[in-house]
Design a protein around this ligand. Sequence first.
Ligand code: PHE
Ligand code: CA
Ligand code: ZN
Ligand code: ZN
Ligand code: ZN
Length: 289
Amino acid sequence: APDIPVANVRAHLDDLQAIATANSGNRAHGRAGYRASVDYVKAKLDAVGFQTSLQQFTSSGATGWNLIADWPGGDPDSVLMVGGHLDSVTAGPGINDNGSGSSGILEVALTVAAQQFQPQRHLRFGWWGAEELGLVGSTFYVNSLSSTEKSKIKTYLNFDMTGSPNPGYFVYAGAGQPAGSVAVQQMLVDYYTSVGVQTELTEVGGRSDHAAFARAGIATGGTFSGAEVVKTAAQAAKWGGTSGVAFDRCYHRSCDTTANIDVPALDRNTDAIAHALWTLAQVETPPAG
Ligand code: PHE
Ligand code: CA
Ligand code: ZN
Ligand code: ZN
Ligand code: ZN
């Protein structure tokens, strides 16, 4: 799999920060900064040949959108989907949560196009709206699919908070961990093993957008560099950083800016996205959820 240049991911984060700064300091559902974020990501994808669409929904009396991008080609009956939420909370610009995952997925998608990757499986990318209101956009998307369309999505990978300033390296499977998800989780663990980074397997339950897919029986997995929980001494010994301090002390706060990113964590997590995508895209029989 390609090594994704972290500088490119950081450039997207700078652009998302500028969008928040120009729009009352956030990119939240129902606010101008969210729509501007969607338009930003969509324009990048449209320019390199993705088939994009906006899926509109209403939540708390405001309009929201999911952005879906299909890479033409590959087996339409074996879709590999990669996604993360693009909205922030209203308190701040949401650069680690979740500009980080959003920008990493965007850069991986742009790399698919730059390399004219022709995978065995069909690739689809999703940027979800209104995650911060309770997984609203991703749940709306999964519920909008017919049972036939749903059954074609064999794998969903989720990335939410991948550059926490005091990072941990957590890998999760589906909510409830069906057997197939453990195999998906392993693809993500394999990348970290290959670069000598220890991981902890965790269960994040319904705390991010993979939950909507897992509930539909789709094999899911993702990585996460930690939020409000405090890093232990044992974790600081294996990962560095500061014990007794939260993985992200700016979680859901105004200080979740471009200064709130650990660049090596962002780099590793983005390379993990590329590794899992390039590997799973060529798997003939994806692990079942
Ligand atoms: N989804 C949470 C949020 O956006 C963060 C989170 C991500 C928690 C992944 C656990 C695992 O606030
Ligand atoms: Ca890299
Ligand atoms: Zn959040
Ligand atoms: Zn999040
Ligand atoms: Zn690899």
